[in-house]
Design a protein around this ligand. Structure first.
Ligand SMILES: [Ca+2]
Ligand SMILES: [Ca+2]
Ligand SMILES: [Ca+2]
Length: 297
C-alpha cells in the first residue's frame, strides 16, 4: 500500500513537471509556427477561418478612429524596431518567402511571375536576385540592414528585369517591356516608358507593389539613423537620391484595383512570425491607405 502511494506521488510530480514544460513552450513568444501550423495556414483561407484575424488584431488596438498623421504615427510605433537580417541571409530567406507554389524548387519573380530555379542566385546575371521594390537609391540606403534588407519590400526578381526597372518610379507606361536576357526571358506583361522614368508591373502585382511602398513610407520616419521615406505624387528624376518615391495617386488606384489576396496574407504572416516580428498594416487593413493619404486622388 505504501509503495503504491509512493509510485502515485512520483507519477504526480513527473506529470506536473512535464505539464509545466509543455505550457512554457506554448507560451513562448519567440517560438515560430511549427511546420504543421504553416501548412495549415497555407491551406485555409482567411474567409474559411477567422484564426488569422484573431492572431494579429490586437496589434492594431487603439488605432480605431485615427487618420492622417496620427494613424501613421500609431502604425510606426507598432512596426518600428523590427528584427533585421544581412543582405546575404536574405537570399536564403527569399527562397522561402517567394517560393513558387507550383514548383517549390523555384522562386517566383515579383514583376514578371517568371519561375526560376532557386539555386540560380545571380548566376552570372542569368538567374535571380534581390530587388528593392522601394529603389535603394531613393534615400540612398544601399543593402545595409534596415530599409536595405527589409523583407516586406525585398523580393526575388529576374536579374535582367531588375536592371530594366532600375530605380524607376511606378506608374502607367506605354512600351511593353520584353526581357531579352538570362535563363528566363520573353514577354513580361510589364510596361516601361522612354519619356517618363517609370515602370508598370503586371496587373496582378500592381496592388502588391503599392502596399509594399505604403509600408516603407510609414515604417521609415528618419529616426535611429534611418531615412524618412515618403511617397510623392510625381516622378522623381533618375539621378535623384532624395528619399522619395512615386507615384502616389497611381499606387492608391492600383491598391484598389488589385486587392489583397491570400498569397500576400501568407507572406505577411511569415515575415511577422518567422523573421522580422512586424507586419505590413496595409495588407491587414487596406482602408488605412486612404485613411492616411486621403481620398482626393
Ligand atoms: Ca531575364
Ligand atoms: Ca495582386
Ligand atoms: Ca516616412
Amino acid at each position: 500500500m505504501k509503495l503504491k502511494l509512493q509510485i502515485y506521488l512520483l507519477a504526480m510530480v513527473l506529470g506536473l513537471l512535464f505539464g509545466c514544460k509543455k505550457q512554457q513552450q506554448s507560451n513562448s513568444v519567440d517560438a515560430g509556427p511549427t511546420e504543421n501550423q504553416l501548412t495549415n495556414s497555407q491551406e485555409s483561407t482567411p474567409t474559411e477561418s477567422s484564426e488569422n484575424q484573431v492572431e494579429y488584431e490586437p496589434y492594431y488596438k487603439g488605432l480605431e478612429n485615427l487618420e492622417g498623421e496620427a494613424l501613421a504615427k500609431g502604425l510606426y510605433e507598432r512596426i518600428k524596431d523590427h528584427k533585421t537580417f544581412s543582405y546575404r541571409q536574405c537570399y536564403d530567406i527569399l527562397i522561402e518567402l517567394d517560393r513558387d507554389p507550383e514548383n517549390p524548387k523555384n522562386i517566383e519573380c515579383v514583376f514578371t511571375d517568371f519561375s526560376i530555379d532557386a539555386e540560380n542566385q545571380y548566376a552570372d546575371g542569368n538567374g535571380w536576385n534581390r530587388e528593392h521594390i522601394w529603389a535603394k537609391s531613393r534615400g540612398d540606403f544601399g543593402n545595409a540592414p534596415g530599409p536595405g534588407t527589409d523583407l516586406h519590400h525585398l523580393r526575388a526578381s529576374d536579374v535582367s528585369t531588375n536592371s530594366a526597372r532600375n530605380n524607376r518610379s511606378f506608374d502607367e507606361a506605354e512600351n511593353p517591356y520584353i526581357d531579352e536576357d538570362g535563363n528566363a526571358k520573353g514577354e513580361t506583361g510589364c510596361y516601361t516608358s522612354n519619356v517618363e522614368w517609370v515602370f508598370e508591373p503586371r496587373n496582378e502585382r500592381k496592388g502588391d507593389i503599392a502596399r509594399m511602398l505604403f509600408y516603407m513610407a510609414i515604417r521609415y520616419e528618419g529616426e535611429n539613423g534611418e531615412p524618412n521615406l515618403e511617397l510623392v505624387d510625381y516622378t522623381p528624376g533618375r539621378g535623384s537620391k532624395e528619399p522619395i518615391h512615386g507615384k502616389l495617386s497611381t499606387l492608391l488606384r492600383w491598391h484598389e484595383e488589385d486587392p489583397v489576396n491570400d498569397k500576400e496574407r501568407l507572406r505577411n504572416n511569415l515575415v511577422y512570425q518567422r523573421y522580422q516580428g512586424n507586419r505590413n498594416p496595409f495588407i491587414d487593413h487596406p482602408e488605412f491607405a486612404r485613411d492616411i493619404w486621403g481620398y482626393d486622388f
